[in-house]
Design a protein around this ligand. Structure first.
Ligand code: HEM
Length: 441
């Protein structure tokens, strides 16, 4: 079949031009919709920094789409208001306070829990996937909702189930009207959607009451969002705030948990790097819980995490949709084109990363991200451009602290029952879990 026959008639001249200009561009189909796949690092960056490419196409059926998870539903002025607010919430000073108030409490309780589980034994086999999910959920609940973090955890559990059902619906062929049929899964989808919304509504109500009593207010994320409620044209409605809270859970929990899980797996496979990282942690922090200043000095731990993000980026691809005709790199992309940016492919490109692109080699990050590859535009674990991850510093500090504390207290190796099978659900995760043998140090 020639290229021409694979191309949608509606946009064919455009796709032909793209494929001719950039070899690493191709076309696939999601149901009946054509999707452009851009594996060229430079073009990827142009698309990501372009303000006309929206996050995703508006859903035909919001209830069974990824957007029900609250993923980036805001656009325009409200989105800018939200970004400013969250950037404010994640300023360095505020992150320092979070390390003290939330990160260290959650990480210490993880270590205590593992120590209790080991008890008097020398070793213990543990699937670290649920452990890190719990940790990341605990951290995000404390920082986003302050005192309401217990309620937050319930929402995380429901969202996890919702994510599985949303991905399943998103990947299946869309049949108009199917969502109204009360199948078991559809009923569950509606139930989850309503329950999460109600829990968040109650939480918002409680928080508003608390804020009225306490004039100083608090610095947690929900309080900050509420301060912007209904102010001016770009003020947030309660429904917007609900979507933002959902996004926080979703964006902040599974991603960071994945990073930590893969870090444990990869360091188990490469005991020499595990040793190097542990030596660094013990040299800088001893056995004391790391504080913000100590975390900043953990260079090897940082290199390890960067390399894990290169090989196992939690989001293996990014999505964009051109809301209007958009000109990029001398090419005009028509409105209504679905674009998929395969981060994983660019991260593993040997022309960019060298012959050892598939190997775990944290050394490549020893002089920083810009010198790690031949192409500065080739590392996208946190996206790029106006929608770049707002939580990247938050996530890296949390991951460094948790990994450093695990290294301080345990050595680890893969359990014989571990099977290496990375798979891409909503994020890249180990298909059969991550059973690890922990040894007390
Ligand atoms: C290892 C951990 C993480 C990774 C790999 C990651 C990755 C990403 C990526 C790739 C995007 C951009 C999506 C796109 O452009 O299509 C994104 C957006 C976002 N992330 Fe993260 N993230 C992580 C942790 C976090 C955490 C901990 C938070 C919050 C505490 C967070 C909050 C957000 C928010 C709010 C956005 C939306 C930005 C916007 O629309 O302007 N992320 N993240």
């Amino acid at each position: 079949m020639t290229l021409k026959h694979q191309i949608a008639p509606r946009v064919s001249p455009f796709f032909v031009k793209m494929v001719q200009k950039y070899g690493k561009v191709s076309l696939s189909w999601i149901g009946t919709t054509p999707r452009l796949i851009v594996g060229d690092a430079e073009l990827m960056r142009l698309i990501l920094i372009n303000k006309n490419s929206h996050f995703v196409k508006p859903p035909r059926n919001p209830l069974v789409s990824l957007l029900q998870l609250g993923i980036l539903t805001l656009e325009g002025g409200k989105w800018a208001t939200r970004r400013k607010l969250i950037l404010h919430a994640f300023q360095l000073e505020k992150l320092k306070a979070m390390v003290r108030a939330a990160f260290s409490i959650s990480c210490c309780s993880l270590i205590e829990r593992w120590q209790k589980l080991i008890g008097h034994q020398e070793s213990l086999e543990l699937d670290v996937v649920p452990e890190f999910e719990f940790l990341a959920g605990d951290v995000i609940s404390r920082t986003a909702f302050g005192s309401s973090y217990q309620e937050g955890k319930k929402i995380i559990e429901l969202q996890k189930e919702q994510a599985v059902l949303a991905v399943e619906a998103n990947n299946s062929i869309y049949i108009p009207g199917l969502r109204f049929i009360p199948t078991k899964k559809n009923k569950r989808r509606y139930h989850l959607y309503n329950e999460i919304k109600q829990l968040l509504r109650d939480m918002i109500h409680k928080k508003e009451q608390a804020m009225k009593m306490d004039e100083l207010g608090s610095d947690d994320l929900l309080s900050l969002l509420l301060q912007c409620k209904e102010k001016g044209d770009n003020g947030l409605t309660v429904d917007d705030i609900i979507e933002e809270c959902k996004l926080f859970y979703f964006a902040g929990q599974e991603t960071t948990a994945n990073l930590l899980t893969w870090a444990m797996i990869v360091l188990s496979m490469h005991p020499n790097w595990q040793e190097k990282a542990r030596d660094e942690v013990l040299r800088i922090c001893g056995k004391v819980t790391p504080d913000f200043e100590a975390i900043k000095q953990l260079k090897i731990v940082n290199m390890v995490l960067q390399e894990v993000l290169r090989l196992y980026p939690p989001f293996p691809g990014l999505l964009r949709y051109t809301a209007c005709e958009t000109s990029l790199g001398g090419i005009s992309i028509p409105a209504g084109v679905d674009i998929y940016l395969p981060v994983l492919l660019v991260h593993g490109d040997s022309n960019i990363w060298g012959e050892d692109a598939e190997e775990f080699n944290p050394e490549r990050f020893s002089e920083g991200v810009s010198k790690a590859s031949k192409d500065q535009a080739a590392f996208y674990p946190f996206g790029w451009g106006p929608r770049i991850c707002l939580g990247q510093n938050f996530a890296m500090i949390e991951a460094k602290m948790a990994l450093a504390m695990v290294l301080q207290h345990f050595s680890f190796e893969l359990s014989p029952s571990y099977a290496h099978a990375p798979c891409s659900e909503l994020t890249v995760c180990p298909q059969h879990g991550a059973p690890i043998m922990l040894h007390r140090l």
